[in-house]
Ligand binder design. Structure first.
Ligand code: TIH
Ligand code: FE2
Length: 321
């Protein structure tokens, strides 16, 4: 599907890469299982065949899920529950020191509503919670998707979310998203109206974006929603999901380098995925991050504007194509 371009009726408007316009179009997102063979051999899961089998089992269930249908129920094992509890207990204390109030307030609310402390929450319940709070929805996925699929889905207020848990031997950091990262990192932020809107804004910009712009938007997603920070009462606090979900990242954050966020510069910055971030980008306020992304978005070349129609649940373009 993503190899296609949209064919225009109006020849004066250039073609753009395919993007989902409706909920129906979203059904193709994340349904093609990409086997990621580049898993490096020192990753603990590589040697643990039992763990790999379990991940495949969960991946199959997740991958079959369609937006709008109940998310498959996962019967987590005792060992998985223990991994969650262990990481959650440590993170719950650490986030207090590094994360913004915006994050912490939502975490408390969710914790009370869904019992994060006691067992691995089901995505089905998270989906219902987010829909009620900010209109965000969950699509269960087997693992990392292409940047285009992941970002395009955000344009529809859909969060593509894994359901498996990291290997029990590496609780402090994982290079791939797992349910700890998704639930402790992203979910409290998708429950915040402004962060939800920023996520959707990046998503809408990604729809129909040409290849190079897409990768720049992916990088900006990284420096904001994954690892972003802003000043709160004069102190730099995190709002990025990747900070909140990683014990290593929480410990590193206070001693790291910070740079003032500038999308025009940072869209082309490279970043590590196997280690903690050397530098975090911050803004004076959360709103500043949104405003600078909107300005950046206007600089991208797309032959039409897009907006999300909340009633029809559809992306509409400002020109007929
Ligand atoms: N490194 C994060 C963690 O250990 O929780 C997970 C990820 C963040 C961004 C991509 S994967
Ligand atoms: Fe993430």
């Amino acid at each position: 599907r993503y190899d296609q371009v949209l064919i225009n009726n109006d020849m004066s408007v250039p073609s753009v890469p395919w993007y989902p316009r409706t909920d129906e179009d979203l059904k193709t997102i994340g349904t093609i299982m990409e086997v990621n063979e580049e898993n490096n051999s020192d990753h603990p899961q590589f040697k643990d065949t039992e763990y790999r089998k379990r991940r495949e089992e969960i991946a199959k269930l997740s991958q079959a899920h369609l937006v709008g249908e109940p998310v498959p129920y996962i019967n987590y094992t005792e060992q998985e529950e223990q991994t969650w509890k262990k990481i959650y207990t440590i993170l719950r204390e650490k986030v207090n020191h590094v994360m913004s109030q915006r994050y912490l307030n939502n975490l408390v609310k969710i914790e009370n509503a869904l019992g994060f402390k006691y067992k691995i929450p089901q995505l089905r319940d998270i989906d219902a919670y987010l829909r009620a709070e900010t209109g965000f929805r969950i699509k269960a996925t087997h693992g990392i998707l292409s940047q285009r699929e992941f970002l395009n889905a955000l344009g529809h207020r859909v969060f593509c979310c894994t359901q498996y848990i990291r290997h029990h031997s590496t609780p402090e950091y994982t290079p791939e998203p797992d349910i700890v990262h998704e639930l402790v990192g992203h979910v409290p932020l998708f429950a915040d109206k402004e962060v939800a809107d920023l996520s959707q804004e990046i998503g809408i910009l990604s729809c129909g974006a040409k290849k190079q712009d897409l990768s720049r938007l992916g990088t900006l997603y990284w420096f904001t929603l994954e690892f972003g920070a802003y000043k709160e009462n004069g102190l730099i606090k995190g709002y990025g999901a990747g900070i909140a979900s990683s014990i290593g990242e929480c410990d590193h954050f206070p001693k790291a380098k910070y740079e003032k966020f500038d999308p025009f510069i940072h869209a082309d910055r490279s970043y590590p995925i196997q280690t903690v971030q050397p530098t975090y980008m911050y803004t004076e306020s959360f709103d500043e991050a949104m405003q600078s992304l909107i300005i950046f978005g206007k600089s991208l070349q797309k032959p039409f504007g897009l907006y999300y129609d909340f009633i029809d649940k559809e992306l509409k373009s400002t020109r007929r194509i």
